[in-house]
Design a protein around this ligand. Sequence first.
Ligand code: SF4
Length: 67
Amino acid sequence: MATIRVDREACCGNGMCVALAPDVFDLDDDGVVVLLDPTATAQNEAAVAQAIACCPTAVITLDEVPA
Ligand code: SF4
């Protein structure tokens, strides 16, 4: 199990994460990323990994929690 984290202060708001994983990320009215669900699951892990890889400011991270 891992927890998804975002650094909203450094988000540039290009929306790549929302396009790749709309169940996990959204943009608020100011165009800053909002984490809808911080839980990394088997269902969203591929999309979240893509979002991490494509985020231009590298503000999306995963905290691994030991089982
Ligand atoms: S991809 Fe990164 S910079 Fe772009 S909106 Fe998402 S968190 Fe912000």
